[in-house]
Design a binder for this molecule. Sequence first.
Ligand SMILES: [Zn+2]
Length: 1177
Amino acid sequence: MSLQVPNHPKKRVCSLYSDDELLDEDDPDFPPWQTERIVNLPESGSFSLPDSGRLSTPVKEDTSQLSSVIKMGWLDKNPPQGALYYQRRWVKLEVDYLRYFDNEKEVYSKGFISTAFITSVSSVGEVKFEVATKNRTFIFRAENEDERNEWLTELRNCTGGPKRPLTLISGSPLTPDYSGYLELRGLRSKLFTVVASDKVLLYKNAEDYNIGVGITFIDMNVGNVKDSDRRSFDLTTPYRIFSFIAESEQSREQWVQAMRNAIGEALSNSEVVEQIWTEPSNSFCADCGAPKPDWATINLCVVICKQCAGEHRGLGPSISKVRSLKMDKKIWTEELIQVFLKLGNKRVNSFWAANVPPSEALSPSSCSEDRRRFISNKYRQGKYRKYHALYGNQTELNNALCINVQCSDLLETLSLIFCGADVNCSTGMANCPSPESLASAHSQPLQAELIKHNLNTELPQLQTEPDMDLKYYPPPPCVSYEGYLFKTASMGRAVAERKMKEEFSRRWCMLNDGTFSYYEHDKSTNPNGTLKASEIVCLAVDAPEKHGYDFTFELYSESERIYLFGTDEPDSHKEWVKCIAKTFIPATAEPLLRLSFERIGRLKCKDGLNLQKSKVGWFALAGSTLHVYLENSKGEEIHLRKLNELSIQQDNEVLVLVEKGRTLYIEGERKLDFAGWCGAIQAAAGSGGDTLSQQQLTDTDIPIIVLSCIDYITQCGLTSEGIYRKSGVNSRVAALCDRFRRDARSLRLKEGEHQVDDVSNTLKRFFRELEEGLFTSEYAYSWLSITALQDENDKISEYKALLDRLPRVNKATLQALINHLYCVQRFSELNQMNLHNLAIVFGPTLFQTDGKDYTAGRAIEDLIQHYTLIFEVDEQQLDRQLKEIKAIIQMREGHPKFPKPGGNGHFICTVYLEELKDTAEQHVKIPGSMTAAELAYEVLDRRNIPVKDKDYWSCWEVCEEIERPLHYQERVLPILHSAGNESHLLIKKQPAMDAMINYLATKLDVSKNGMMKFREERSILGLGLPSGNFHDRYFILNVTSLRMYKDVRSHRPEREWVVKSLKIYLGIKKKLRPPTCWGLTVVCESKKQEKPERQQWYLCCETQSEMREWYATFLSIQNDGNLWSQDGVQQNRVSRALPDTRHGNVSLIPLRGSENEMRNSVAAFSQDALALLRDLR
Ligand SMILES: [Zn+2]
């Protein structure tokens, strides 16, 4: 029988499989490289690795391995299953493993046996010996008797006896950090792969792993892991590349992470830990007793295992400061190490664990829930500690501490501190005022060290409530927090879809010194990514279970990225959210942090009367309330359900919130977080449910749906016969109810579009279906019982008493409704709905009864009849209201198609008719939907100016010497918002319109080319001073772009603009010295870029008609040929909005003039509300 001679490793393919594997001899699928094998028969069944995996680097013995080798040498090995031949093997015995190799240069074994699984070692026959495990026996043959005996002795020494290493517990497999089947490229079947501590071990299958017989293992101190493509990754060592293929991308990530953790483990420094373990009790976890703990908490002075360390971290750094004995080398000063050596787990536990009931004690195999409970009991609550004799006596404790730090008794200090002595107490000595300085002064550096780490420690506190985990422990002022979170790849767009668990990767996250970093794992030194607190602009908390992880939150960065983090732990989620928010919210907005917000962050906004300058604001959205802290101002709350108006304007760049007395413009400085805020604010501003207070409300606490319907009926329905009695069209009523429910604010009831009876029935249905009812289920019966009273005065006082018991919203709503019904019956000669008729309809509706008896009706009758007394109404005000209604009715008789006044919360601005002077001033209330044509006709109507055909009245935006007629369909409000101080709106005719329309009519296509003089606004040294001169250029204008060429013959344009992004004003400022008086000023605002840019340049034409042609072509392109309304005046008159007759919700924008001027004009406007209506007649 020939023995195998080791071949040169570079030439041969290395078999990584155990010899006793005889498989696949005739398998046609067998990898082709198998044929390259030089080795003959006996091993042909083994799986082998392709040569490509081997590196050409010269193989050198890994010296770090040598140290642990107990014995090595050549032996002949007999594969167990009765084969007769022997193979020559290089065999190495280490404490934990017996390994055999092809030759002495090999780094990766052909097989290994965990010494922990070896049950017996015995000599068998001549120079042979047997290594037996429970299931398998390996036979080796030495060269001689002495050699065999040496092997026997060493093997016996390390498989039994007291030297048994702690890492492996006899007969049980090592605890893997990660394990599973992995494909090794080139191999047909998968290998059972185990990542444990600092090694990656390969087994043929899980069964082999369970019996401790493997193929090889890779020491990760020489490893490097790289993703290669979707599912595969390489584990590179200086000797070989192991190319693995995982089952999925997700699985690959986990493997890569696990292997990188192992590298971290391998590279960690063992100097400190070795030193700490020299105190024997420190080599077992202080909490669970697990061997070789390599973590510690430096303020509690216990050495703990990795798993317990995880739970300690959960307590937060104010309770337990967790540090690694292997990685956090910097923290381990000589003093701190000495503290741990002097104290030691055993002595420290004599304090911390003096009273642990055996039933509550941990073991190394305890589950994480038990661990969490125990560790929280032990340190957060101090439940098991040995109480100091002075416990509860603060002064005595402090005194004792000051005395004790002068001696070396560390345990006493520990006991004093954690029984309540104040480490920051005053010693009463000027030269060493604190216990820490006192200790130093008395040459007790270890005492000083112990105190130093407990300066901000939260003391243990027994809690009576069992659910202590929910308590929130605020981190110390300099926020630091760490722990595992699950993270998806950062995104450049909103997270619309549900992210499954597979899309998250586990990351070790740290919050420290104003930086949030995430790492591959808790031992990584280089973060995978960091976010400075100053870069975080928004933190959004998702609704639970929005994604695969139950609790998630999003971080929005300045640079437009979204980072999504998740966890299944609600407490950890809560803690992270609070801590991160705390790092980026400034102290001035600190109260925001106490809210249970769903979104918090910074936004730019304008408000009040200063619309020129944006401010930075800090916002938090909690429920339906938006909390705001603006620069240099106190916090404010905006009740979103009570907004008058909520709209997004200017191409989704400004969110306008109009509430009582003010308007807030939130600007979209960045796209992502702004979009998030818009969505969240809109959602929060919607109705929250079916009770009265959950509706969108006005600032007077009345549901918008109620007020909208009442307003509409007041405007259009008071003369409608049988109003509230006639039924509407059921499907339309249902649709209206639904629209209101979705967003009452956005629905404007319009005459023509909505029918009076549909609206009246919508109001009734709302009250009938209202959860709890208007009178509340609690008090409804009391209201009804009052009707039985005989004395009217008794009735009234009883009703008043009940009214005061109604919730605010119910009371306000009831008053608004009864006021309305009072008005309706005052006009009963027109609508036939007298007191009694209304009561019959509204009694059962409001009390939600079946209407079989008239009690409910009687109650409503009482309320309407005694309206002024019960609600204590100001008679004068009521008179005014009735007068207004009369005016409306009269006006409607004169103008049958007269529109109703708009909703609430519009803007009043000053508009001029034909010229800029006081007598031409008009104050117009401008709703968001108002178009330029509507505004123009509004002003003309007021001045009673008849409009003739071809008058082309337009609304002009005038800015000093240049002006621009607004397109008739252009919305006015955004122009007001963007207009500068020097701009104003002017209503005047557009004299050239006819000429332009005629010119365009002659053209076959809209385009124009020709020469113009061009000048650009250039800034000199960034000062924005105009410079440069007008130069002749050739222009080509077509439906998409305006191109500028140096001259007619040029092929390539010098410049090119998108026509629709240009705003073209007529005229050029005189100080620019335009060469002709037929000029155009062109403003180009690019909104697409991150910072909006405003460019201005000038075009000059030779003649007026030339300019008109260019201008007409521009307008035609920009408005798709629609220059002037086909229907002309009539349509604009019909659809335009009139000012509201009520002025409670007026918001103001000064388009011109000082704040005072503006106030005066508004005051004049408000004083006599009906004056407006009179003007119209
Ligand atoms: Zn432990």
